[in-house]
Each structure stands twice: as structure tokens, then as C-alpha cells.
Design a protein around this ligand. Structure first.
Ligand SMILES: NC(=O)c1ccc[n+]([C@@H]2O[C@H](COP(=O)([O-])OP(=O)(O)OC[C@H]3O[C@@H](n4cnc5c(N)ncnc54)[C@H](O)[C@@H]3O)[C@@H](O)[C@H]2O)c1
Length: 315
């Protein structure tokens, strides 16, 4: 989707962190932005930037797990700005840090509801509207580098982010030829408020009775998060990377070059896991009848973006 000028983006979890960075980048590229989030106080704070810059933006209080409210939010967005062109399923939470087998069902229910079902709701409610108006569009869903290879101690988070990656890779196939693109967005560490906001939005009935701090996994040096976060990427830079990905129609929007080794290790492991046996030619012929079952050309279209041309604005 090359020309974003005058188009409308609907972004979830957009009152803070990465979502807000994406909203700012969309506005800078001439889009109307619908900033939705489950926290009203964060929305009230977020909108001030857009008012100061005179950017067209509208806030809606929306919990992505609430389907009825989601439909109403989509209607409201259309009333305010007309057709929605870009959907960013960004709302996400963290829960159940530590070994997977020690997580509670409350941890599972909370994280799956937001990170998986919330994304499904966005796709089911907004994508048909984008297809219907026929003006083209794009869908981005926020996965993570942890949606591509395992991070010890973040099993629940990893599992939900793998879900998002698989969902979006297949959505990109489903949408081919429609003029609507789809991207899996895999940020590495970004300075944000994920720990705090995950606590704030967690419904009472899904809170654990005994909350002990998550155990620090092997190999991770205990240190104050603030010491690290100053080296994390900013939401503003990440937002620009997402906008570039939308314009390029990237299948994968990747932020951090530091993760190359991790991707390679996983992909190499998969290749090594293939039994060293000759192919059964008859079976191979039969499998070719199952569409993209053994090979999907969707992956061929991904090219390498160059360095990001962007400078932080004076704020
Ligand atoms: N920060 C990172 O390093 C990092 C890395 C990879 C992926 N991510 C992902 O990026 C996305 C944004 O997170 P962030 O790091 O910017 O954190 P953040 O807390 O700054 O932003 C997340 C926003 O989502 C909102 N939210 C949470 N649950 C919601 C719900 N049910 N409905 C609507 N809004 C809801 C929160 O209120 C918050 O404003 C998440 O999906 C997260 O998993 C973050």
C-alpha cells in the first residue's frame, strides 16, 4: 500500500508504547488515526500529541476481547473518518513468566484472550469491511521475535506470538490478489509499558491468588529493567519501521538486526530435523495436489529493506 495519504488506520493498544509509536508514524505519513485502547487514562494522555500537531486522530475505549464493543468501535471509526484501510492488531499483554508447566489457567486464559482472540476479533470484524470498500488496505499484527523462536522463561508469551505469526502468514495468502496486504510484525525489545499495562488491564477474575515475581531464567543477568531499556528501540522508530513495512507490503516486518543468529538457529534446526531419506516420488506427486501444503511461494516475495531513513523529531 504505497500511498497512505488521507487513508485511515485503526490501531489497537495504541495509547502507549509501540501502538502509540505506530499511530504517530501513520499520522506523520498523512493518515487519519483511530487510537483504540482498553485504558481511558492512557488514551487521554496519548491524544495530546495529535492535538498539538493538528493531526486527525480519534480515540475509542476498546477492549479487544469484547466483540460487541469491537463492532461498535469499527462503526464509530467509519462514522468519524469513513472507510478504514489499515488495521493494526497491536494490543498485547504478558503473563505467566517462568516455566510453562508452572503457569496457572488464569495466566493462560488472560494471555490467550488478549494476544490471540483479540487479534482474531480484529481480523473478523475489520478485514471484511476493508475488502468491501475495495480501496485497498493492509493488516499488521504485532507478534514478536519471540513469535519466531523460543525465549526461555516466556513460554506463554511465545506461544501466543507464534499463533499471531502463523495466523498472519496464512492471512497474507488468503488476501493475495485482493489489494489488501498482511504483515507479521516482529519487534525486538522496545521501550514500552508492557509490564505495567498488563497488570492494569487484567480482569479481576483472571488475577492469580498468589503472585510471586516471575523467576529469572538461566542465562539472564538480573538487572534493573530501566538500565536496559535505554538501549531498547524507541516506539517512534519502530512505528516508522511498521509504516515502511506497510508501504513495501512486507510479509515480515523485522526491527532488530541483532536477532539474525536466533532465526538462523531455528531454521537450521528445522532443516536438520528432516529425515535423511530419499523422497517417495509417488507421494511427492500426490502431495502437489494439496495446493501449498509442501511449498508456499508467499515466502519468496520477502525482500530485504535497506537502512531506515528516519530521524527522531524534536518533541
Ligand atoms: N515492548 C517490547 O519489547 C515488545 C516486543 C515484542 C512485541 N511486543 C508487543 O507489542 C505490543 C505492544 O506492547 P508494548 O510493548 O508497546 O506495551 P504497552 O503496554 O506500552 O502497550 C500495550 C497497550 O495495549 C493495551 N492493551 C492491553 N490489553 C488490551 C486489551 N485487551 N484491549 C485493548 N488494549 C489492550 C494496553 O492498555 C497498552 O496501552 C504487544 O502486542 C506486545 O506483546 C512488545
Amino acid at each position: 500500500m504505497e500511498n497512505l495519504q488521507g487513508k485511515t488506520a485503526f490501531i489497537t493498544g495504541a495509547a502507549s508504547g509501540i501502538g502509540l509509536g505506530i499511530a504517530k508514524a501513520c499520522a506523520r505519513h498523512g493518515m487519519n488515526v483511530v487510537i483504540t485502547d482498553a485504558r481511558q487514562d492512557a488514551l487521554d494522555e496519548a491524544i495530546t500529541y495529535f492535538k498539538e500537531k493538528n493531526y486527525p486522530a480519534h480515540t475509542i475505549l476498546l477492549d479487544v476481547t469484547d466483540r460487541e464493543a469491537y463492532v461498535k468501535a469499527a462503526d464509530e471509526a467509519e462514522e468519524v473518518f469513513g472507510n478504514v484501510h489499515v488495521l493494526v492488531n497491536n494490543a498485547g499483554v504478558a503473563a505467566g513468566g517462568g516455566p510453562i508447566h508452572e503457569a496457572t489457567f488464569k495466566d493462560w486464559d488472560f494471555i490467550i484472550n488478549v494476544n490471540c482472540t483479540g487479534v482474531v476479533n480484529g481480523i473478523a470484524i475489520i478485514v471484511p469491511r476493508i475488502l468491501k470498500h475495495g480501496e485497498g488496505g493492509h493488516v499488521v499484527s504485532t507478534s514478536s521475535t519471540g513469535g519466531i523462536f523460543a525465549v526461555t522463561g516466556s513460554g506463554l508469551y511465545n506461544a501466543t506470538k507464534y499463533f499471531v505469526a502463523g495466523l498472519m502468514e496464512t492471512l497474507a495468502c488468503d488476501l493475495e490478489g485482493t489489494g489488501v496486504g498482511a504483515s507479521v510484525f516482529c519487534p525486538g525489545p522496545v521501550a514500552s509499558n508492557l509490564g505495567m499495562s498488563s497488570q492494569a488491564v487484567r480482569p479481576e477474575h483472571l488475577k492469580n491468588e498468589n503472585t510471586s515475581p516471575p523467576r529469572i531464567p538461566k542465562g539472564v543477568r538480573p538487572q534493573r529493567a530501566t538500565d536496559w531499556s535505554k538501549h531498547f528501540m524507541t516506539p517512534e522508530e519502530v512505528g516508522e519501521r511498521v509504516v515502511r513495512g506497510i508501504k513495501r507490503n512486507d510479509l515480515f516486518i523485522w526491527t532488530h538486526p541483532e536477532f539474525r543468529e536466533g532465526i538462523k538457529a531455528r531454521n537450521d534446526a528445522l532443516l536438520r530435523a528432516i529425515p535423511d531419506e530419499p523422497i517417495n516420488e509417488k507421494r511427492a506427486q500426490v502431495l502437489k495436489n494439496f495446493g501449498t501444503l509442501t511449498y508456499n511461494p508467499i515466502y519468496e516475495k520477502q525482500t530485504t529493506p535497506g537502512p531506515l531513513e528516519w530521524k527522531p523529531e524534536e518533541e
